[in-house]
Design a protein. Structure first.
Length: 463
C-alpha cells in the first residue's frame, strides 16, 4: 500500500505519494542522471557501491559500524543503538559512495531519527591527497536535528590559527532553519537590560531553557546612569573601564556554570564570559539545565546588565541566544530581573516533525555558486568563490552528539531513514565531469570512520 505524506509549512501544503521522484529545479541546467540509489538491494550489494564507516570516533558520542546499516523494503536505515562497543556507549551508521562527483544537482529524500541528540546528515567532502593548489572543502547539504531543524553549511578546511592559538578553519556559509513557525529565534547578539531602580546584588545568574548549547561571550554590569549612557559590548575590542569611566562590576567575580559543551572546559572556559574579550566564550552544555552564575566579593548596586551571545564566524555573530532569564541574589533569595524563557524550550508546541515525514533535500553545485533546496523550494544561495572545484563522494551519516540538542535514552532504537539518493550532472557545464573519481585517488578507499559535518567542528576545535 502506498502511503501519502502531507506536510504543511508556513501556509504551503506539500503532498508526498509513495516514492516521490523529483527532477532538478527547472531552468538550472541540461541534466543527465549519473547516479541513482533506491536501496532496492541486499546489504552485500549495497556495499559494492557504498563504503561503510567502521570504528569508534572521538569527536562524537558514538562509534559507527556496518552492523548499524540496514536495508529493507527499499529503505536505508542508519540505526542508533545504546550499546557499549569499543570506547563508546552508543553506535550508529555512516557511509559514502565509491563514486566521486564534481558539480551537479544532488538530492536525497529522508526522514530524521525521532529523538533529539542525533545529527542526520547528507553531505559531500573531499578525501585523500589533493593536487597542488587544491582546497579541501565540506558541503553540508543538511545536518538535520529533531524535530524541525535544517542546517546548511559550507566549510573551507584550510587550517587557520585563532587569536587563542588554537587551530580552526573557515565556515564560509552557515544557515539554520527552524521549519516550525512558532519557534523563537534571535539574530541580535547584544542584550542590554537597564533597570529603573538599582538593585543590591551579591550574585548574578543567567539561565536558559534553550534546546541546544550556546555561547556567552561576555557579561557586564554597571552602576546606575540616570542618562542611560551605558557602553555597548557589541564591539571588536572591549575595555574596562570604558572611555566614560564605567567599570564592569562583575569583572572580579567568581564564575560557576551548569557545564560545558561535551566537557570542553579548556576550549570554552567559564571565565571566558568575563575576561573582556570577544574571542573567548563560555559554551553551555548541550542538554539539561543551562546557567552561568557570578558571585561578587560583596553586594554591589547594579543599574544595568549586559551580555553578548553567539559564536563568531568571519566577523558575524551566529546562533544568538533567543531565550533567557536574568536574576540577582539580594542576600536572601533570587529575584528576577527579566524572564523571556518560554514555557517550552522551542517557544511553543511543535507542529512540524521532520522525523515523521519524508522530505527532499537538494543541492545545486556549480563552478559559480551553491543553491540549497527543501522539497524543491530554494532556501539558500551562496557564491562558490575559489573553493569547491574538486571531486568528492556523497555521505549519508547519523551521529549521536550533544550538539544536536542533547543525548537521551529515547535515541535507542531510532534510525535515520533514507528513501533515495540521486545525482544529476549538466553535460554542457564547463568543468562538469562524469568520471567516478579522479585518477590520483585509489580505487579502493579506506574504511576509516567518516566525520560528519559542521557541529563537530565548533569555533576553536580541530579534527
Amino acid at each position: 500500500m502506498r502511503k501519502t505524506h502531507i506536510l504543511a509549512l508556513a501556509g504551503l501544503t506539500i503532498f508526498f505519494a509513495g516514492r516521490l521522484f523529483a527532477d532538478p529545479p527547472e531552468g538550472t541546467g541540461n541534466w543527465r542522471l549519473v547516479f541513482e540509489e533506491t536501496f532496492d538491494k541486499s546489504k552485500e550489494e549495497l556495499f559494492e557501491t557504498w563504503v561503510p564507516a567502521n570504528g569508534n570516533e572521538g569527536h562524537i558520542l558514538c562509534g559507527r559500524f556496518p552492523e548499524n546499516i540496514e536495508v529493507k523494503d527499499g529503505i536505508l536505515r542508519l540505526c542508533n543503538r545504546k550499546e557499549r562497543r569499543g570506547t563508546q556507549d552508543w553506535t550508529s551508521g555512516s557511509m559514502n559512495t565509491y563514486k566521486y562527483f564534481k558539480y551537479g544537482y544532488f538530492e536525497c529524500r529522508y526522514r530524521y531519527a525521532d529523538a533529539p541528540g542525533v545529527n542526520n546528515s547528507f553531505w559531500l567532502m573531499t578525501r585523500g591527497k589533493l593536487p597542488q593548489g587544491g582546497i579541501p572543502f565540506e558541503l553540508d547539504i543538511n545536518e538535520g536535528h529533531y524535530p524541525d531543524e535544517i542546517n546548511c553549511t559550507i566549510h573551507d578546511w584550510r587550517p587557520i590559527i585563532l587569536e587563542n592559538g588554537k587551530k580552526s578553519h573557515k565556515v564560509v556559509v552557515h544557515k539554520n532553519f527552524e521549519m516550525d513557525p512558532v519557534k523563537i529565534s534571535n539574530e541580535d547578539p547584544f542584550v542590554s537590560i537597564p533597570l529603573d531602580v538599582s538593585v543590591s546584588a551579591s550574585k548574578i545568574r543567567i539561565s536558559s531553557n534553550h534546546y541546544q548549547h550556546f555561547h556567552i561571550r561576555e557579561i557586564a554590569a554597571y552602576e546606575k546612569d540616570s542618562l542611560g549612557g551605558y557602553p555597548s559590548l557589541d564591539t571588536k575590542n572591549i575595555k574596562y573601564p570604558d572611555k566614560e569611566g564605567k567599570k564592569n562590576l562583575l569583572a572580579d567575580g567568581t564564575v560557576k556554570v551548569s557545564g560545558h559543551l561535551e566537557g570542553r572546559q579548556d576550549d570554552f572556559p567559564s571565565k571566558g564570559a568575563l575576561d573582556g574579550k570577544l574571542s573567548t566564550s563560555w559554551c553551555a552544555n548541550g542538554g539539561g539545565e543551562k546557567w552561568i552564575e557570578i558571585t561578587l566579593p560583596e553586594a554591589r548596586d547594579i543599574g544595568c546588565i549586559q551580555f553578548i551571545t553567539g559564536w563568531i564566524n568571519d566577523g558575524k555573530f551566529l546562533d544568538c541566544l533567543p531565550t533567557y532569564k536574568v536574576e540577582y541574589f539580594d542576600g536572601k533569595e533570587w529575584k528576577t530581573i527579566k524572564d523571556n524563557n518560554s514555557k517550552h524550550a522551542f517557544g511553543g508546541k511543535k507542529t512540524v516533525n521532520l522525523a515523521r515525514s519524508w522530505n527532499t533535500y537538494g543541492f545545486l553545485w556549480t563552478p559559480k555558486e551553491f543553491v540549497f533546496y527543501f522539497n524543491g523550494k530554494e532556501i539558500l544561495r551562496a557564491p562558490n568563490d575559489n573553493l569547491a572545484h574538486y571531486y568528492a563522494p556523497v555521505f549519508l551519516s547519523a551521529a549521536i552528539t550533544n550538539w544536536a540538542h542533547g543525548v537521551c535514552d529515547e535515541i535507542d532504537g531510532t534510525s535515520m531513514d533514507v528513501d533515495y539518493v540521486r545525482v544529476w550532472q549538466d553535460y554542457r557545464m564547463k568543468g562538469g565531469i562524469l568520471d567516478n573519481r579522479p585518477p590520483e585517488i585509489e580505487k579502493t578507499p579506506d574504511s576509516k570512520p567518516q566525520k560528519s559535518g559542521f557541529f563537530s567542528r565548533l569555533l576553536g576545535s580541530s579534527e
